[in-house]
Design a protein around this ligand. Sequence first.
Ligand code: GCU
Length: 345
Amino acid sequence: MRKTTRLALITTTAIAALTLAACSGGANTGNSSDAPAEEVEPTTMKLALNQTEEHPSFIALEAFGERLTEATDGRWNIEVHPNSTLGDQAEYIQSVSSGVIDLAIVSAPQLENVSKDFVIFSLPTVFDSIDHQMAVLSDDEVVGDLYTSLEDSNSITVVGGFTQGARSVYVKDGAAETPDDLAGKKIRVQESPVFISMINALGASPTPMAFAEVYTGLQSGVIDGAENNEISYFTQKHFEVAPFFSYTRHLIGADFLISNTGTLDKMSEEDRAAFDAAWEETWQQHTDLWTTETEEAIAGAEAGGATFTEVDSDAFVEALEPLLDEFITEDSQQTLFDAIRGAAK
Ligand code: GCU
């Protein structure tokens, strides 16, 4: 369900479009399909991202903008702001909700803080592979209702998902080969209950922190390690200060593209269809890039002195099994979990 436009959510560019429509006597917001294209003020949506320009998400999202501009003859455009220049992901949720930013990429645990159903995407063993994950994250039958469930309450529409690949632990001083090796270590986590419980279950000490602060946290010794995929490990340069990466592969993480609902509601049906089609190509490009960029990240980090160690990842996954009972407490969560598992090959 789409919300009706609220003045508070109108972005600066959209206000310009409104003014133009009012001056020309139009009753619409400047983007309805029966308005002649030349009367429509182009809208440029701000997209917030906490990754660098080398990350597959930035590359795919830049291409998303180009696809959208072309498909809408320049009526809708995207300006990607990488490197956390528009804040951290907790702030993105607020800014997208209020319409200060139109679009953002946020990690599943950030949405878990808004709605408990999103916790399912951060549980160990929920996804068998990246292909399983992406099939589910783009399946309207499984996620359609969930993606629109924050529209009335938060003015946030979830457009779709990107994979984060498998997440693993890395530390400053010697590879962790079993959960026991992490005992007492301060490990940075994303700011969410499930990630805090996860690190506790491994016997380590969770330290919630924004992504952009992790490098200095490691460098200064505020934390002893963190957990992430190889690409973020490399592009954020964490390997320079925590060179021991252990393949714990404790879960396959998910990112989501979220949009201000009011912004999407201003698109004509035709432009919204173009937006959705451009997004579909974008997540597929991102998934393809993931494999090649992961290999490059490993090579780059190794060249910079990092070591990647294969460990008994089953021991880590087993230690995390109790999280399923701890975090699946509601029927809606169980239904989502079952639907995801049902889609596993
Ligand atoms: C990954 C993910 C980000 C997230 C980050 C983190 O890099 O793609 O969305 O913010 O992990 O650990 O905070």
